[in-house]
Design a binder for this molecule. Structure first.
Ligand code: SF4
Length: 123
């Protein structure tokens, strides 16, 4: 038996997952999306990662970024280590890739703010 908190919507249903001979037995979900979430959490948990990356611009020491898609939950620590090792030196705008195909996962890390432009660092 595993207890999970569904994070698909703000309801935050408490999910119960049991392994049964016919497969997973999921309860506590108010909708089908919760069952799909629970199954994915058991089989292959993934997350979209939101964080910040260091820049070389004195007035904007860090810039917000997120992954362009979901990555395996087990790769988050490695991703954070990689992102801690890079510095953005171009005046990237919102939607621009700060890093492409990170860890070979087929997912980019994209800038989610125009803070560099707003701070006067645009080209
Ligand atoms: S089970 Fe459905 S209603 Fe409940 S938190 Fe998940 S998505 Fe929302």
């Amino acid at each position: 038996m595993r207890e999970l908190l569904c994070i698909v919507c703000p309801n935050g249903c408490a999910l119960h997952v049991e392994t049964a001979p016919e497969g997973l037995r999921i309860s506590g979900n108010k909708c089908k999306r919760g069952a799909a979430f629970a199954e994915a959490e058991i089989v292959n948990p993934v997350r979209t990662v939101t964080t910040t990356v260091r820049t070389g611009f004195p007035g904007v020491p860090v810039i917000p970024v997120r992954t362009s898609g979901e990555i395996p939950k087990g790769k988050i620590r490695e991703l954070m280590g990689f992102l801690a090792s890079i510095t953005i030196r171009e005046p990237l705008e919102i939607g621009s890739p700060a890093a492409e195909n990170v860890l070979g996962l087929g997912v980019d890390v994209i800038v989610t703010s125009n803070i560099l432009r707003e701070a006067g660092y645009a080209r």
